[in-house]
Design a protein around this ligand. Structure first.
Ligand code: HEC
Ligand code: HEC
Ligand code: HEC
Ligand code: HEC
Ligand code: HEC
Length: 297
């Protein structure tokens, strides 16, 4: 009586195992199909093969860094190969390496600012970062690297945060430079639950101003950033308009005064947030520009 029962159980189990194997095989085939469909280039980083389903990857997919290569080409500036040093992963690794049949250039670059821009399995840093967190973001978010993009202030978060490089104003680092050990990462990657896919923070790199109060720093009624920030922004925006009008009306755009006034204006504009990363410095930069009004004419 016992035998047939066990036989049945064994049969059912085998059937189940068989089905599972088939399912697995089908899945593998699907993956292979995706692989062969992808462009065959040694430049594709391929981290998604193992990390594709993790929150970090999912968040990144929907965020700005994933569009960095597309936006580079779509943007208003002339594009040269070394723009890829900040707009595409792999520039340092591929640019001088010879792969028979493959050349790394603007047409063949495939990665945006992707996983390998910031991580490497060969790294000894925490989270396999390619450099310590406090240095990572400013390595790209800076206005002048002496490379492509130099001369065009298309972003300036590093200089604004550290309060330097402006004309006519003393050095003035944001108080956050000392208060935040991981700097940019501390605001832009703050995340409550590491296991969920975040809407802001994490690998979306979107800073939510809620982070100002959750850190326990700006939580009192008279120090509430939800109230203060819009006020600061309005003040800076008004000053920016005044400087812009002044620059637009200037006749001699080659004078030192014009160059200085414009540099300061471009820096505040390039911060992408009305000087938000360093309000006192943004104010000082714009005030200095305005002080040059008589010299501009
Ligand atoms: C390899 C260079 C590089 C590094 C390193 C880098 N960024 Fe970026 N970042 C870019 C580029 C290029 C863009 C522009 C993307 C685009 O086209 O919108 C960008 C865009 C952004 C944006 C705007 C995103 C959006 O959704 O519009 C934020 C915020 C940002 N980065 C924060 C950070 C932070 C925080 C770090 C450090 C953890 C960092 N970045 C490190 C190159 C870099
Ligand atoms: C030192 C790093 C770096 C280099 C080199 C660089 N970029 Fe960028 N670029 C960035 C970062 C960071 C952002 C994101 C700025 C932000 O969101 O405020 C960005 C944003 C952009 C954008 C989208 C935003 C905008 O201002 O319209 C374009 C277009 C762009 N870059 C074009 C270029 C071109 C063209 C070159 C080469 C001539 C270049 N970049 C070189 C770091 C760089
Ligand atoms: C612009 C830089 C940047 C890019 C691009 C980036 N990371 Fe990260 N990643 C970081 C930083 C910085 C940390 C550490 C955050 C901290 O210390 O709070 C981190 C942490 C992590 C962690 C640890 C746990 C966690 O989620 O915080 C994982 C896993 C990870 N990254 C995977 C990835 C993968 C996969 C990709 C590609 C989709 C990627 N990262 C792209 C900067 C980056
Ligand atoms: C063959 C599979 C595989 C590939 C491909 C792969 N990884 Fe990993 N990675 C792993 C495993 C396994 C771990 C260790 C387990 C873990 O922490 O998730 C790991 C760990 C990591 C971590 C540490 C996460 C943490 O919590 O600190 C980062 C960051 C990371 N990988 C980034 C990358 C990047 C960037 C690439 C592409 C250049 C990549 N990986 C390609 C399998 C892979
Ligand atoms: C004190 C917190 C804080 C620190 C530190 C900080 N940021 Fe921000 N950042 C913000 C906030 C808040 C915004 C505005 C977000 C918004 O408007 O949605 C912002 C905006 C930005 C933007 C524009 C985003 C966009 O959507 O265009 C970029 C790029 C950026 N930060 C990069 C950086 C870099 C690089 C650093 C380090 C040098 C840094 N931030 C340090 C809080 C911070």
């Amino acid at each position: 009586m016992k035998y047939p029962k066990q036989g049945l159980l064994f049969f059912c189990l085998s059937l189940l195992m068989g089905m599972l194997t088939l399912l697995l095989l089908a899945n593998l085939r699907a993956d292979e199909a995706i692989d062969t469909a992808a462009p065959s280039t040694p430049f594709a980083e391929g981290c998604n093969k193992c990390h594709g389903s993790e929150p970090a990857y999912q968040e990144w997919t929907h965020a700005g860094h994933a569009k960095a290569l597309v936006n580079l080409h779509a943007g208003p500036y002339p594009v040269v190969r070394s723009c890829l040093s900040c707009h595409s992963s792999g520039y340092e690794n591929f640019v001088d390496r010879v792969y028979p049949g493959h050349t790394y250039n603007l047409e063949t670059a495939v990665n945006a600012v992707a996983c390998s821009s910031c991580h490497s399995h060969a790294s000894k840093e925490e989270h396999l970062l390619v450099m310590p967190a406090k240095k990572l973001c400013v390595s790209c978010h800076k206005m002048d690297c002496g490379c492509a993009g130099a001369g065009t202030v298309h972003q300036s978060q590093s200089e604004m945060f550290l309060g330097r490089e402006g004309a006519g104003v003393k050095r003035m680092p944001s108080p956050h430079v000392r208060a935040m050990k991981k700097r940019c990462v501390q605001c832009h990657m703050a995340k409550e639950d590491p296991m969920t896919i975040a809407q802001h923070g994490g690998h979306t790199f979107i800073a939510d101003i809620a982070v100002c109060s959750t850190a326990g720093c700006h939580d009192s009624a008279d120090n509430n950033m939800n109230v203060k920030l819009p006020r600061y922004r309005a003040e800076i925006e008004a000053k920016m308009q005044a400087v812009k009008a002044m620059l637009d009306n200037a006749n001699d755009t080659t004078s030192q005064a014009y160059q200085d006034a414009k540099l300061n204006y471009d820096m505040v504009k390039g911060d992408s947030g009305y000087g938000l990363h360093n309000m006192p410095y943004a104010n000082a930069l714009l005030d200095y520009s305005l002080s040059l009004k008589a010299e501009l004419k």
